[in-house]
Design a protein around this ligand. Structure first.
Ligand code: LLP
Length: 431
């Protein structure tokens, strides 16, 4: 699945470390994150952008994929821009000492409080979703006597062929203003007329976990045609174009490998050809990878509890976490690879559903999993590629405390980046 996963002497190693030993030391459920992998992924994007788009272009880490203080520190150290979607993410980034001037604030519904709070702390850019937001940003910027930089989120009308819940670029999406309906042009004209808003360009995001060939190239072409159209009609040339996030990662053997340099080169090629055809300069290009920065850098460890065999029907292997720390199967029937970390040398021919400990049948981590037939209480089950949209989507359903995040680096160091929640944490806000 991933080059940071290996096995030796029947044990599973992640980022060069024996995960069974880590499970013993930190207890389970446990999120592991490979710091070296996160940094390597950032550097791969930074280098590809530099090589194919030049100096000003930039990858922005979409921090909704995994948001906690240590991640923002790493992004700061690596020179990554960030995409944030709430005042909570902004607060976390600020706590980590991240310079908010490098941040882009997304979301389809920023509250007045979000707008105030983020401007108060010097947000670099808003990616405004609709006219109402432009009005609210204009009013707040006027009150502060500043000119606020914004981009406009547009919907290019592309179906990325991913799960319905995470496809966002279609015309009927809740996000952005559609080019097709003329609303994109209206909001551009409206924004240009605002004295306290500086329009920095356009943004789109077509979906997530996208593997389909040419989706980003097609989005880029449509967006650049819009840029050229606005230049002609309104005399406005967009300085920035942000193509959003969405590159898929490998959860199971059948998923393709992502080669970031090749992908960025393909998009760059389409952009350069289109700019030449339309006789416009290439805007500063941004993309917002989330999953492909942190996804493969994560692994979740559980301890196996009950193993239930229902002859003629099904087998269940229950673990000590579940939809609370990983809701992605329950939400999207998402694929994952599960391994029995302490029995890597045994044949995996026992077919089962790996399920959690929550009080509902939909609490499934994965179905059709192959584990060694000797699987039983006390074994350590590893779920691979859980670095994105697991911790960040975790909940306290059934009053389960969220697991800690332990970071691994250098093949032998490990440290806690996020503590395990305690029972006291669960009751902290209860009156
Ligand atoms: N930019 C924007 C505006 C986005 O909405 C997203 C993801 C990204 C960037 C990052 O996309 P990525 O590179 O991570 O694919 N919870 C879902 C994924 C939701 C993605 C939402 N937006 C999941 O677990 O699959």
């Amino acid at each position: 699945i991933c080059d940071n996963i290996t096995a030796a002497d029947g044990r599973l190693y992640f980022a060069g470390q024996d995960v069974t030993a880590l499970a013993q030391q930190y207890c389970t459920p446990l999120y592991l994150m490979d710091e070296d992998k996160i940094r390597e992924n950032c550097r791969t994007y930074l280098a590809a952008f530099q090589k194919h788009f030049g100096d000003k272009a930039r990858p922005l880490y979409a921090s909704k994929a995994a948001s906690f203080k240590r991640i923002y520190e790493i992004m700061k150290e690596e020179g990554m821009g960030i995409d944030v979607v709430s005042s909570g993410e902004i607060y976390t980034a600020l706590q980590a000492g991240y310079d908010l001037g490098q941040a882009y604030f997304h979301s389809n519904n920023k509250t007045d409080e979000d707008i105030r709070y983020s401007m108060e702390h010097g947000i670099g850019y808003f990616v405004a979703d609709n006219v109402e937001e432009i009005r609210a940003i204009e009013a707040e910027a006027a009150r502060r006597g500043i000119r606020q930089k914004v981009l406009l989120r547009l919907t290019p009308g592309i179906d990325p062929h991913t799960y319905e819940a995470i496809a966002t670029g279609k015309v009927d999406s809740k996000f952005g203003s559609a080019i097709e309906t003329g609303q994109a042009e209206e909001i551009t004209a409206f924004t240009l007329a605002q004295p306290h808003v500086e329009l920095m360009g356009f943004h789109c995001h077509v979906g997530s976990q996208v593997f389909a060939e040419d989706v980003f190239e097609r989005a880029a072409v449509i967006m650049l045609e819009f840029v050229a159209d606005m230049k002609k009609k309104l005399g406005y040339m967009a300085p920035q174009l942000d193509l959003g996030g969405g590159y898929g990662v490998r959860y199971v053997e059948s998923d393709p490998h992502l080669d970031v340099d090749v992908k960025v080169a393909q998009v760059a090629d389409a952009i350069k050809r289109t700019c030449a055809r339309l006789s416009i300069e290439m805007p500063e290009i941004h993309m917002e990878p989330g999953r492909s920065i942190v996804g493969a850098a994560g692994m979740t460890l559980y301890t196996v509890g009950t193993v239930k065999r229902i002859p003629g029907y099904k087998n269940y292997v229950s673990v000590d976490g579940g939809m609370t720390d990983n809701p992605r199967y329950a939400l999207y029937q998402a694929n994952y690879t599960c391994l029995l970390a302490n029995k890597m040398d045994e044949k995996a021919d026992f077919t089962c559903s790996v399920v959690g400990r929550c009080c509902e049948s939909g609490d499934i981590i994965q179905q059709g999993v192959q584990l060694p037939g000797s699987v039983g209480r006390g074994d350590i089950l590893a779920v691979c590629t859980t670095g994105a949209y697991n911790y960040s989507m975790a909940s306290n359903y059934n009053r389960l405390p969220r697991p800690p995040i332990v970071m691994l680096r250098g093949g032998r160091e490990h440290y806690v980046a996020v503590e395990r929640e305690s029972f006291a944490d669960l009751c902290r806000n209860d009156r």
